[in-house]
Design a protein around this ligand. Sequence first.
Ligand SMILES: Cc1ncc(C[n+]2csc(CCOP(=O)(O)OP(=O)(O)O)c2C)c(N)n1
Ligand SMILES: [Mg+2]
Length: 377
Amino acid sequence: MPELNDEEPGELPGGLSRRRGRMLSPGVAVVRNGREALSVELALTIFRQMVRTRALEERGIKMSKSGEAYFWVGGPGEEATNVCLGLQIHKGQGPAFDYLHLHYRNAGAMLAMGMPVIDHVRQLAMRATDPHSRGRNFVGHYCVPTWNVLPVTSVIEVQFAMAPGTALVQKRHGGEGITVVVGGEAGTAEGDFETCLNWSTRPGTELPVLMIVTNNHFGISTDLRTVRVNRPIVDRAAPYGVRSETVDGNDPIAAWHAIDRAMRYCRRERKPFLLETMVSRLHGHSSSSGAQRVWDEADPLALFEQKLIDDGAIDVAAVRAMKDEARAEVDAAVVEAMAESQPTPEDVNRFTYARSPVDAVYPDDFTGLPGKVQSSK
Ligand SMILES: Cc1ncc(C[n+]2csc(CCOP(=O)(O)OP(=O)(O)O)c2C)c(N)n1
Ligand SMILES: [Mg+2]
């Protein structure tokens, strides 16, 4: 089982290898934050994926303003957490691998897992070539059966009610596959969050679910402090005896190790873990509120860039080259996707229903209600 995703070999401008970021200062082997450290190689891999994610998100916002896309939602400000998550996923199909029940801000995790940039753009631009939803869902609403990525839903928090299902299959299957479920802090007020805690802690049937709450302090326009007593979200785990941790999700060194610890626990103990990761929201909720840049929140990308430069792990020219390459990659994907076709009116009734043995109960009736015949043909 690979310990790290990030699959593209090859050279970057500035002499950086994609998999093995060249140490610019021979004396620097690690970047450190207090007691925790990352090898320079891993730190540069994470940084590069954060740069690619930011370039994609910023281009996506422009697309929503120019009319190339009609809506944007995403995760600028969550790159450190998302990339560290994506790189540590055991990617594959079936219960031996990790299942992902994602939120709508997880582009960084998907890119780090190896999703081509253009597949994100295709969904954003509503192209028929979008492999996640055939151009018929919001951006960031991924679905990759071969990677156990279940469909992302706009109805917040339902992923927490579904996660115990895949985890139960994994518990029965054995092995080290875990279920990862991600959601925002406001969504934890929904009963689905409690359902996940409840189902994953039944005595004797504890489930290997890694619950990740990305706490950006906002549910659309509602400030967390106005609706919830000032206690960390992880307090919700205590009554269930669920192990938990709160981490600075803007710090990739801390986020990497917190995710590593949580994953190891779920993989080996076959029990749940709640990880609360404190993140920023750098462009508001979505394009519906303007997606303007917010300047009073910490920027994980800028902070990590400065740290890598200060520690001698990379220099300014190599950072610039990396950013240029990321923007060029995204621009090329946009040009290609925009030339592809959109779904046709006939496509509306396609891909909405998967036939199953249950159809025998009400033949030709896909609503499940007798007398209301609605053909999927
Ligand atoms: C069940 C449900 N209720 C309300 C909404 C409207 N809604 C969309 S996003 C959102 C805020 C979610 O905030 P949070 O869970 O903190 O996630 P964030 O967007 O901050 O990442 C709400 C209330 C919804 N989509 N689904
Ligand atoms: Mg939130």
